[in-house]
Design a protein around this ligand. Structure first.
Ligand code: PLP
Length: 395
């Protein structure tokens, strides 16, 4: 199968890990030789409730037995999508009460950028250096990593960048700015948290100049930082929240939420200001609803902070320089990218799945399912430290 994988399926890098997957349950993935791997990555923060969660699976099966795709987004009232948006409105602070459902994170970012322009009538978009917001042309335009976007230029005009956590740079947000887009914890950059009330200062500046504050919660979202969304840790309300990844419990989805007043501008003058065939798909929406209900009816979100403490207490090793991030969004930093590569590859051989971050070569990603147990955390950290002992010998 591996040769067919490389021969027929378009690749994203010259060196894919290439594991041949057989099945996955809970915190484990099994390959076709039935080797078991403990999953510390959760499909890159997507499998919030682990693999084959019974509640999510049941919701998908129940919905499949009723109806699947019947109409493009927004024409028919389909209860999984309606119920989902209603539940989201009841959880989020006012005025975040209307949600647009799409198919992926990057599509949700595109929608949010369009909304910011439509609301303000301005064109300038601001993002951060080292930010990642997706890979379609608009999202790539606000990606703060030149090397990966250069071959695809020209991208969107009128985009500017600031440095995350740099208050001086907030002066760049002016009455010409439609919106500033920020991750609440910078993911690809190395799980960088905001410091010194940075988020609140951005909020204030946006209010002062009438620019939209757009928060990309695609990675910190869905309980990973102890709250449903990262911004809920910083005592502020953005104008637009963008979500994806963990929202669908492993199913492909994205969404952006704003006030009804602003969101309604996308359906009028011009009408069809943002459209999608499969957004709000009933089977996907049913999986989203089951995931969200499970998160709010259990203690999984609060437990993420306890699990962070356990990781931090176990992961003490001479090769570990620092552990960044919050809750179950952690980046173990080593001295250099060679050490990080060696550790990740050797752990995979030993049955522990770890992964890289996009722009920070020294980081080892730890973003397990929120359902991971204490004993599984101990098991994985034991493997990781044994591998680090081996790699330390090579230095
Ligand atoms: C912060 C952030 N924004 C946007 C995206 C894009 O989401 P998707 O891959 O679903 O398009 C990602 C994906 O990694 C992300 O981490």
């Amino acid at each position: 199968m591996e040769s067919d994988f490389k021969k027929y399926q378009a690749q994203t890098s010259p060196y894919p890990l290439g594991m041949e997957v057989s099945h996955a349950v809970g915190s484990y993935i099994y390959d076709t030789s039935n080797k078991k791997y403990l999953d510390f990555v959760a499909g890159v923060s997507a499998c919030t409730l682990g693999h084959q969660h019974p509640r999510v699976n049941q919701a998908i099966k129940d919905q499949l037995d009723k109806y699947s795709h019947v109409m493009v987004y927004g024409e028919y009232s389909q209860s999984p999508a309606v119920e989902y948006c209603k539940l989201m409105a009841s959880i989020l602070p006012e005025p975040l009460n209307k949600t647009y459902l799409v198919n992926s994170g990057t599509e949700a970012i595109e929608g949010s950028l369009k909304l910011a322009r439509r609301v303000t009538g301005r064109s300038q978009l601001i993002s951060c250096h080292n930010a990642y917001h997706g890979n379609t042309m608009g999202s790539m335009s606000v990606m703060g990593f030149e090397e990966r976007k250069q071959p695809f230029r020209p991208l969107l005009p009128d985009v500017d960048f600031i440095t995350f956590n740099n208050e001086e740079d907030l002066k760049k947000i002016t009455t010409k700015t439609a919106g500033i887009l920020l991750e609440t914890i910078q993911g690809g950059a190395g799980f960088i948290e905001p410091h010194n009330d940075f988020m609140k200062k951005v909020r204030q500046r946006c209010t002062d100049v009438g620019a939209m504050m757009i928060l990309d919660e695609i990675q910190p979202g869905f309980g990973r930082t102890g709250k449903l969304f990262g911004f809920q840790n910083y005592d502020l309300v953005p104008d637009i929240v963008v979500m994806g990844k963990g929202m669908g419990g492993g199913m492909p989805v994205g969404a952006f939420t704003s006030s009804a007043e602003m969101m309604d501008l996308l359906s009028d003058n011009p009408k069809l200001g943002h459209i999608t065939t499969f957004g709000g798909h009933p089977v996907i929406a049913a999986a989203c609803l089951a995931t969200l209900q499970e998160l709010i009816e259990t203690d999984l979100m609060q437990e993420a902070l306890e699990k962070e403490k356990l990781f931090r207490s176990l992961l003490v090793h001479p090769l570990i320089e620092e552990i960044r991030g919050k809750g179950l969004m952690l980046a173990v930093m080593t001295k250099n990218a060679d050490i990080t590569n060696e550790v990740i590859l050797r752990c995979q051989e030993r049955g522990l799945i770890l992964f890289w971050l996009l722009f920070e070569g020294c980081a080892i990603r730890i973003t397990p399912p929120l359902t991971i147990s204490e004993s599984e955390i101990r098991e994985g950290c034991t493997i990781l430290k044994a591998v680090m002992d081996e790699v330390a010998q090579l230095q």
